[in-house]
Design a protein around this ligand. Structure first.
Ligand code: GDP
Length: 436
């Protein structure tokens, strides 16, 4: 990958469509527009042009073209956009013409955004917010991603960093004093007070896990003996055929996930293999996975069929006991809810309960931290600040306390990418789609 190349990619997805958007970024953008569209349009003004092959002059398509000179563009470089017709042959012809330019090549996944980051157009937290906007499946996820794109996490971590650097400056001042004799008491008290406040704020941020949960969705695991009606219920809930419904026990050997939008909140429903001891190795693996997934879930729907056996549900945070096949048998003591996926009885009530669970767990999501990467950085910063405070309180060397505070500032700096974060970049950007 050469960073000096001009890159291009389809940004509007694949397949036949009315319009296809091709993005171009880099120093050749101007030449490309001039050679293919004839003239350079006014900056940031759409113009209708005939696009021509640069070597043969053959017309390729009629397109709306845009010229966005750097640095005020998404990537910070000279950029162009071609809104061509979305036919497969048209797209192929235009892309072929683009690759015929020197130092011009197809972009790699996430390369446009990577350039935007490297040119200081957005920080890392915003890059992640952008990725989350593209992945958002529900309204609440979209709102959270938008706040991150607007800089909520970036602003907070910059504020933490500034406060940490202030403590560092005070520590360095106290070092100067200790060279000369005694450190003034109120200076030391001020440092400890500031450290304490920062510590408390970061601890509060770490306590709130709703951001990560909202990104991932509330996990609801369907568990129960084989033939309890798990797959049938999943289909009824998802209103589409995602799991194999079969009267033969043990057909759902792997986990099947369905992403649902319940009242704007994301709920992931997981169908597990029948929880039953089995001699079949593949089925045993399925049962092991089912137990692990149930243990990590926010809620387990423990399905109890009329014929039993009523074994104990797997250990889980919360369990709702649901009697299935109510059309066959209504007498099921010990169930929280009776349903019939066949007749539809009890399904609206079950959906209402799920909506309540999602609302309780995710409805008030106001977390700043939305990914494990942020959490790890805040955790490290918090640990270092605690270390620094303890060091000072026990009369330890101020130099070592200052080093801890420096580590804390580095850790929060990683959130926005203000410090060297080369190791996280490759992983982050490769998760983007081409053209982003
Ligand atoms: P799983 O092994 O728990 O996933 O169970 P399935 O969903 O595959 O269902 C097992 C059998 O029970 C199938 O023959 C279903 O058609 C049947 N079944 C599922 N739900 C109901 C229901 O509400 N009423 C009746 N009568 N049969 C059902």
């Amino acid at each position: 990958m050469r960073s000096g190349d001009t890159i291009f990619a389809t940004a509007s997805g694949y397949g036949r469509a009315a319009v296809c958007l091709i993005r171009i970024s880099g120093s050749e953008s101007r030449t490309i527009l001039e050679r293919m569209a004839g003239v350079l349009p006014q900056p940031r003004r759409a113009a209708l042009k005939v696009l021509r092959d640069p070597s043969s002059g053959e017309p390729l398509d009629q397109a709306l073209v845009l010229w966005m000179p750097g640095p005020n563009s998404f990537t910070g470089e000279d950029q162009a956009e071609l809104h061509i017709h979305g036919g497969l042959a048209t797209r192929a012809a235009v892309l072929r013409s683009l690759s015929s330019f020197e130092n011009c090549r197809a972009a790699e996944a996430g390369e446009f955004t990577r350039r935007a980051f490297l040119n200081g157009r957005m920080d890392l937290a915003q890059v992640e917010g952008l990725a989350d906007i593209i992945d958002a499946e529900t309204e609440a996820q979209r709102r959270q991603a938008m706040l991150q794109l607007e800089g909520r996490l970036g602003d907070a971590s910059e504020r933490w960093r500034e406060n940490i650097l202030l403590v560092l400056a005070l520590l360095e001042a106290s070092l100067d004093f200790s060279d000369e004799g005694d450190v003034p008491e109120d200076l030391e008290a001020d440092i400890l007070r500031r450290l304490g406040l920062l510590e408390k704020e970061l601890a509060k941020v770490l306590e709130n896990r709703s951001g990560e949960r909202l990104r991932e969705g509330l996990t609801v695991v369907l568990a129960g003996p084989p033939n309890a009606g798990k797959s049938t219920l999943l289909n009824a809930l998802a209103r589409r055929d995602v799991a194999i419904v079969s009267p033969i026990a043990g057909t759902t050997r792997d986990l099947i996930e369905v992403h649902c939008d319940l009242g704007g909140l994301p709920v992931v429903i997981v169908d597990t293999a029948g929880l039953r001891e089995s001699g079949d190795l593949i089925e045993q693996e399925g049962v092991a996975r089912a137990r692990a997934r149930a243990g990590a879930a926010d809620l387990v729907l423990w399905l109890i069929p009329p014929e039993g056996p009523v074994t104990e549900p797997p250990s889980a945070r919360r369990v709702l006991r649901v009697g299935t096949k109510a059309d066959l048998d209504r007498g099921r003591p010990g169930c929280d809810l009776l349903i019939s996926a066949a007749s539809g009885e009890g399904i609206p009530e079950l959906i209402r309960r799920l909506e309540e669970e999602a609302e309780a767990a995710l409805g008030q999501a106001d977390a700043i931290v939305t990914r494990e990467r942020h959490r790890k950085a805040v955790e490290r910063a918090h640990l270092s600040l605690v270390g620094a405070r303890k060091m000072l309180e026990s009369g330890g060397p101020v130099e070592l306390a200052a080093e801890e505070v420096r580590l804390a500032s580095r850790a929060v700096g990683e959130i926005t990418g203000r410090v060297d974060v080369e190791h996280v970049l490759d992983r982050l950007f490769s998760s983007f789609c081409i053209g982003k």
